[in-house]
Ligand binder design. Sequence first.
Ligand code: PT1
Length: 275
Amino acid sequence: MFSCGKSKFDLARPLVMGIVNVTPDSFSDGGRHASTAAAIAHAHRLVEDGADILDIGGESTRPGAAAVNEQEELDRILPVIEGLRGISVSISIDTCKPGVMRAALAAGASMVNDINALQAAGALDVVASSDAAVCLMHKQGTPQTMQQQPQYQDVVAEVIAFLRERIAAVEAAGIARNRIVIDPGFGFGKTLAHNLELLRQLPAFHVLGVPLLAGLSRKSMLGVISGREVDERLAASVAASLLALQRGAAIVRVHDVRETVDALKIWQAVNGSER
Ligand code: PT1
């Protein structure tokens, strides 16, 4: 059982996490959901489309994106989370900042999605003093510089070693294992070859004994392979999510929930009950 606040997921079927960007410069929505009302409407649409979890983010972390200060981030995400109170799905907050985590959890979020894996001072305590789930992601460098010269001796081994250390730190802080998911961090300080190796070797991450989340939606690695611009990567994104699910991902983080859910249904029908 994966425990996400009051919600429990048995993970017998994969979960779809729908992306709700509340960033004027969001990497693929071009600021269309910048306003609170638009973000809330988009969130409702993703739920209709079959999302199990909504991931609300007020700071873009795509390569080269600028950092956002805490007040600005709070001003973006809090009215959206408050506006979604009572919604039927779990709310995740995509942030690295402990202050934003705390406020979002108080407003009704039940998961913290941290691309910095709770390494900021105070982040472990915020999650430990809640019943929220946490996603621990690997990255090399920061969004500002991470794609300049990603380097690994053995990308799979290094990402697994990092996540193993973070799981231990999180458990030592009092966060139970059934609240933890991990994420190799596709596109976060990785070349195309690194990203493909991680996707190929995704089953190796099962050694860590916690569910795996994969975020591949509309990313530049798919653009490089397909030759498509960011708003033309739907088919590539659905294919990539399906490949991640096939290799054991329990959760996929996507923009295109409706299409991903359809693809998942076909996969499940073929797979029967063997997952
Ligand atoms: C992710 C993720 C995330 N990705 C989790 N959270 C983003 N847990 C934001 C590109 O190469 O994979 N896992 N939160 C978005 N970040 C990126 C990174 C967007 C790279 C685009 C690229 O295009």
